[in-house]
Write a protein that binds this ligand. Structure first.
Ligand SMILES: Cc1ncc(COP(=O)(O)O)c(C=O)c1O
Length: 423
């Protein structure tokens, strides 16, 4: 094979090997079942199907229509949504479409700042800027790690935004959707709930249900706690379906990613069967890891609230050199995490925090006892400054027993490079 190609293949094989032997704790990632991996490598990845089911701009879409129709219908049932759009190619794309559908240039919107947990696509550097919106940050209570409801109500009444964007990237506790709904109605604002991080928990009915709490639109990535292929979904009521669909196609997507739609359809079925059990285990694992980290001496946020009600845990590591230094140190032991801004932070380079997410470790079958073992690895590396190579050997040993994806119908050898499985 061409040397250049072999170099790429080699890097991919090494990436697989790293992840077979690592503890992936990044809160925005997950692993799909093998069925989904096969679909991602299918011919669908080469095709175009602009337009809607039954009304395409291209021929050859008979089976693509069947796939997309099924994805939409499975999602409608799982999330009890009147209308579903499966075309956005990423969470940011879904947010762009929702904000373009529901606002006009010059409108006021409210969203969380990035240090308080908002995603960059909610910030003044991203979607609000390209839509020329006036952004006002939602008031946040750092002790509660949640939106300050009383201040939010007051500010919505005063500022009278057109849209309130809830949900976020550092997302420990359910957001006050019902409380926002009441006052949003008073001022005529729409509520968009970005469920990117918590969609898998919502699918398993173990987190707030934003549609039942009367958010107007739910946007979401499909690859964080929801363990599908990279991509996104938008859920809404029939009243907004037209505006949302047009803002997606032709507004912000021409050809959607058909192999991802097929993978999404399969993951929706997996979540229908296994979602409740999977989401329950995530919540138990997150609490177990948080409690153990706290007992081992870490400054885990929100002890007074049981640390977390999602897949995430936030730890203040300023005492150990900050989030950047700690994340890099952990990487040497094959523990993969990310630095994270906390509410007091101003600059993103070396923020105070580390964010852990337990969804991928839960998906490969880890339970509370493994969480306690991982907390002890973290203490040994970060607090006791033990030799990283020694801990790495134990990380690899622990991972050896967890190579299959659970909560699906076919998860063996999940981290193997596909050539070994299918060629
Ligand atoms: C709350 C939230 N919204 C949107 C996104 C963006 O999703 P994507 O990476 O699929 O564009 C993220 C990514 O982490 C996120 O945390």
């Amino acid at each position: 094979m061409q040397e250049e190609i072999e170099s790429v293949m080699d890097a991919v094989r090494k990436h697989h090997e790293l992840y077979e032997n690592a503890l992936p704790l990044i809160a925005s990632e997950n692993i799909t079942s093998n069925t989904v991996r096969v679909l991602l490598a299918s011919d669908l990845s080469h095709r175009y199907a602009e337009g809607d089911v039954g009304n395409r701009f291209y021929q050859g879409c008979e089976y693509i229509d069947e796939i997309e129709k099924r994805a939409i219908s499975y999602a409608k049932k799982l999330f009890e949504a009147e209308h579903v759009n499966v075309k956005p190619t990423s969470g940011v794309n879904a947010n762009i479409a929702a904000l373009f559908a529901l606002t006009s240039p010059g409108d006021k919107i409210m969203a969380l700042s990035v240090p308080d947990g908002g995603h960059i696509s909610h910030s003044r550097y991203s979607v609000p800027a390209i839509r020329d919106l006036k952004l006002k940050n939602l008031p946040f209570d750092p002790y509660e790690m949640n939106i300050d409801v009383a201040k939010m109500v007051k500010e919505i009444k005063e500022k009278r935004p057109k849209l309130i964007l809830l949900g976020g990237s550092l997302f420990l506790f359910p957001h006050p959707v019902l409380e926002a709904r009441e006052v949003a109605d008073e001022v005529g604002a729409k509520i968009v709930y970005d469920a990117s991080h918590v969609l898998g928990l919502i699918a398993g009915k173990k987190f707030q249900d934003p549609l039942r709490e009367e958010a107007d639109v739910v946007t979401s990535s499909t690859h964080k706690t929801f363990p599908g292929p990279q991509g996104a979904i938008i859920l809404c009521g029939n009243g907004l379906s037209d505006r949302i669909d047009k803002a997606v196609f032709p507004g912000t997507v021409s050809n959607h990613h058909l192999h991802h739609v097929a993978g999404l359809a399969v993951t929706l079925v997996e979540m229908k069967h296994f979602g409740a059990e999977y989401a329950s285990q995530i919540l138990s694992n997150a609490k177990a890891l948080a409690q153990s980290l706290y007992e081992q001496g870490f400054d885990v946020l929100c002890e007074h609230k049981g640390f977390t009600e999602s897949h995430q845990i936030a730890v203040d590591v300023r005492g150990y050199g900050g989030g950047d230094a700690v994340a890099k140190k952990l990487e040497k032991t094959n523990i993969i995490t990310n630095k994270n801004m906390l509410p007091s932070d101003e600059a993103p380079d070396n923020p105070s925090g580390i964010r852990f997410g337990v969804q991928e470790l839960s998906r490969i079958g880890m339970k509370e006892s493994e969480m306690r073992e991982i907390a002890s690895f973290l203490r040994r590396v970060v607090i006791e400054k033990e030799d990283e190579n020694r801990v790495k050997e134990e990380v690899i040993e622990l991972r050896r027993g967890f190579q299959h994806v659970q909560y699906c119908f076919d998860g063996k050898d999940a981290y193997k490079f596909p050539e070994a499985l299918y060629f």
